[in-house]
Structure formats: C-alpha cells, structure tokens
Design a protein around this ligand. Structure first.
Ligand code: SF4
Length: 289
C-alpha cells in the first residue's frame, strides 16, 4: 500500500480499508484547516490506485468498508470513479459500504445521472464539511462556497440516493459572529437534512492562517462556556428529523449523542447541566483533532 503523507478519515471509518484516490484537498484554502497544507492536490493515476487495491486484497481476507481518500475524492471524473467502484465490486464482493469526502463543488460538478450511477455502483455515503451556515463566515474562512450551494449539493446527493454526513465547527465565527454562526448553521443543516450531523469544535493548529488573525487580534477564540452556549443555540435551530447527531469528537468540550429531533431536549438539557457546572467539561489539554 502506497500512502502519501498523513491520511485523514472520518471517525466512523476507523475500521475501513483506506485507499488514496486523490492526494490532498482540491480546495486547500480554508483558513482554519491544516489537514492537507503539505500536499499539492492531484488525482492519482488509476493504475496506482488499482495496484493498492490489489495489494490490500492479498493482505486482508474480509473488508466490509472502504473509504476513498484524500480530501475530496468525488472531484475525480465520474468515469474514473466508476472504474474504481467496478474494481472494488469485483475484488471485494463482501464490501458493504464505500464512502468518501466530497465538497459542494465536486457534487455540483456532477450531473444527477452521474451521481445516481455512482450510487448504483456502490458509493453509499459522502462526508461533506459545511463548517458554518453563515455566508459571512464561509467567506471569511475562505471555504469557497456559499450556504446556498451547500444546500443544492445536499439535495443532489439526496436525489441520487447517496447517504449524507455533514460536519460543522463550533466556534468558527469567534465572539464577533457566534450568534449568527449558531442560528445560520442550525438553519442550513436543517435545509440540508443529512442522515448524520457531526459537530466539531475549533482547534487552532500551528501554522494555519487563522492563527495570524488571532495574533493580530482580529479573531478571538471562544472559551468553553461560550462554545456550549453557541452549541445550545445551534441545536435549538436544528430541525432534522431522524438525523443522527454527534458532538463526541476529541475536540468537543462536552460529548453529545442523540437522534434528532426526538432527543433535542435531552441534548439541550445536557448542555444546560454543563453550563451550570453539573456535567463534565473536557479540560483543554485533553482535546485533540
Ligand atoms: S476544511 Fe476541507 S475543504 Fe477546507 S482545506 Fe480543509 S480539507 Fe480542504
């Protein structure tokens, strides 16, 4: 297996076979993200990718899940992805789930028909980083898309029958825009209506452009209590029936798990308890990405 650089995957793909289809992220400009800054984005040669799959077949007897890395595998042309999915079907007939990261851009560049074909060929789920539902914040962090495009992309994924998992980042608006971040992210997620919602909390990795804004004083990182207040407001603005909600990432101050909308009250109660000092809040040194 030929891995290049650090390979990232969603927490739920911990047991998956991971093969890099792209190297890096096609966007690679977000001011808070350090994930692929050391990589020049490119799509790998198909023969190299298939060689990795062949090697994995020799190494592992049973592969139930496959994750196509890196940052935005869906940016590859549909023809190439179809070749990969057909290959997986032939070599890993036992595989039950194939998934990858996607971006609003990579989804919107595909036709509905192409997305449906990818679904029929085995692409079961895509992970999409919304980060914030506020256009002001999306612009500030240089995400490169608007909330409207995120919603359009989500609708295309739903129409193709592919499952959608969306993440947002608590604290991304800082003190200046925390209310807008909470309300607009709640509203946008509700319109995107994903099957899974993951909420992370902002962590500043050394060298990210946002670090300079902090040094200049133009961005102030929120403290844990204010993050929890923001999360509460975000959840109050969520209306996603049957979506699995998780804020149990290593970066989160309080672990939250539930199914929307039925567990909304319970999630808010847990946040209230934490705000009143009756629930464990993770120490800063225990947080990680
Ligand atoms: S947040 Fe996502 S889209 Fe932005 S640079 Fe990082 S991996 Fe790429």
């Amino acid at each position: 297996m030929n891995y290049q650089g650090i390979v990232y995957r969603p927490p739920s793909e911990a047991g998956s076979l991971i093969v890099q289809v792209t190297i890096g992220c096609s966007q690679n400009g977000c001011t808070f993200c350090s994930m692929y800054k050391d990589k020049n984005f490119h799509i790998r040669n198909i023969d190299e990718i298939l060689t990795d799959f062949k090697e994995a077949r020799e190494l592992y007897k049973n592969i139930s899940k496959i994750f196509l890395a890196d940052g935005d595998a869906l940016i590859c042309k549909a023809d190439m992805l179809i070749k990969i999915l057909d290959f997986i079907k032939e070599y890993f007939p036992e595989c039950k789930q194939i998934s990858c990261y996607a971006s609003a851009k990579s989804i919107l560049l595909k036709s509905e028909e192409e997305l449906k074909t990818l679904k029929d060929k085995g692409l079961k789920m895509v992970y999409l980083g919304l980060e914030s539902g506020s256009d002001k914040i999306l612009k500030r962090v240089k995400k490169g898309v608007t909330s409207k495009e995120m919603i359009e992309a989500a609708n295309k994924i739903h129409n193709a029958g592919i499952m959608l998992s969306v993440t947002a980042i608590s604290g991304l608006g800082g003190y200046e825009l925390w209310e807008e971040h909470a309300v607009e992210t709640g509203k946008t997620l509700s319109k995107m209506n994903p099957q899974y919602i993951g909420l992370l909390t902002l962590m500043i990795e050394p060298g990210v452009p946002l670090e300079n804004e902090i040094k200049k004083g133009t961005f102030k990182v929120m403290d844990p209590y204010d993050i929890l207040k923001e999360t509460k407001l975000l959840i109050e603005n969520l209306n996603c029936d049957n979506a699995v909600f998780r804020a149990n990432h290593a970066s989160n101050y309080v672990n939250l798990k539930g199914t929307l909308n039925k567990d909304k009250k319970e999630l808010i109660n847990k946040l209230n308890a934490a705000l009143e000092g009756k629930e464990y809040i993770k120490e800063e040194y225990m947080r990680g990405l």
